[in-house]
Design a protein around this ligand. Structure first.
Ligand SMILES: C[S@@+](CC[C@H](N)C(=O)[O-])C[C@H]1O[C@@H](n2cnc3c(N)ncnc32)[C@H](O)[C@@H]1O
Length: 316
């Protein structure tokens, strides 16, 4: 009975979604003239993750939840500081699988507004460095971290994961959560990660990947169209990491929990229930973000998107 209800809901959402997606596609900014350059792609990605007044929106959202926005705890921020499915629950799961320990120096690549960095610093006692391509994300990460008293434990800076501003063999662990979908040159990313990792250090990569090899439906939370979305199949990702000097330790399939989460988001939206936690991207335009999440749902249901975690190690 429950399954039938879910299927009916799914069918309804799929047909509604395709209409909205078609309309949306007409308005998607296309990069004109010949080929698409890296600069175009970088700007497109930065534009997607910038809001202009993200800090104001985050602070207003915290206040609407009755939280002291001047002096929040790092846990208070969990209502809107994780830019990925399943919020801090997924962050915690990622940390457990990655076996992050107290005292490690962790590099968070694509740190967004710093949710996972603060978790690793406060809950696990790590020293953390966070980098992100989008300056506004870095600014918000710094301000929130200052407000919750963790400034000394975390250093945030603007940087591209494929050109990192660090020396060799600096970090015990490199972490990325839902970032690699925006990075075209996976081998270059792997080479950079292997370079900055200490010998025997690990890279944990939580990401969406291509399931059956067919493109997902756009727009998605990380890209409005395929021009800035670079999904690899799990095998392609593992091969790129290995070419870059990182050996696969294990791969964990996260799809079941991902599908259940997407179902829950759709159910709540259909019943007009607000989510308990929001991705900060939704604070800009909730309706637009819902379309993007629903497209994740359609794509994952058809096997076009698969969520997984790869743990890889730099040779000793
Ligand atoms: C979906 S958000 C995830 C943020 C964060 N990991 C989290 O889960 O809360 C993706 C982030 O990756 C960043 N990003 C995309 N491409 C990047 C690159 N080449 N180097 C560094 N950061 C990048 C974006 O600016 C954005 O903040």
């Amino acid at each position: 009975m429950l399954e039938t209800t879910r299927l009916t809901r799914r069918r309804h959402l799929v047909s509604m979604d395709s209409l909205v997606t078609q309309a949306y596609d007409l308005h998607v900014k296309r990069i004109s003239g010949g080929g698409v350059t890296m600069t175009d792609v970088t700007t497109t990605i930065q534009d997607l993750y910038s809001q202009g007044d993200m800090l104001g929106r985050v602070l207003a959202f915290l206040k609407s939840k009755g939280i002291d926005a001047e002096h929040p705890s790092y846990e208070d921020l969990h209502v809107c500081d994780q830019m990925h499915a399943r919020g801090v629950d997924a962050t915690r799961e990622h940390a457990e699988h990655a076996e992050i320990c107290s005292g490690m120096h962790v590099l968070e690549v694509g740190c967004g507004i710093g949710g996972a960095s603060r978790f690793l610093a406060k809950e696990l006692g790590c020293r953390v460095t966070g980098i992100d391509l989008t300056q506004e994300c870095v600014d918000v990460a710094q301000e929130l971290t200052l407000r919750c008293g963790l400034k000394e434990a975390i250093d945030f800076r603007q940087a591209d994961a494929t050109h990192m501003p660090f020396g060799d063999a600096v970090f015990n662990h490199v972490w990325s959560h839902n970032v690699t979908m925006n990075i075209q040159d996976k081998e270059k990313l792997a080479l950079e990660i292997a370079r900055v990792l200490k010998s025997g250090g690990r890279y944990s990569c939580w990401e969406l990947s291509l399931g059956i090899g067919k493109q997902p439906f756009y727009p998605l939370p990380w890209a409005s169209d395929a021009s800035s979305s670079f999904l690899a199949t799990p095998d392609e990702m593992v091969a790129a990491l290995e070419r870059g000097g990182l050996k696969l330790v294990r791969r964990i399939d996260l799809n079941e929990a991902y599908l259940a989460y997407l179902d829950d988001v759709s159910d709540r939206a259909q019943h007009g229930e607000p989510p308990t936690k929001v991705d900060p991207q939704a604070l800009k335009d909730r309706a637009d973000f819902l379309i993007r999440v629903q497209n994740c749902g359609r794509s994952a249901q058809e096997g076009r998107l698969v969520e997984h975690l790869i743990i890889a190690e730099k040779a000793r």
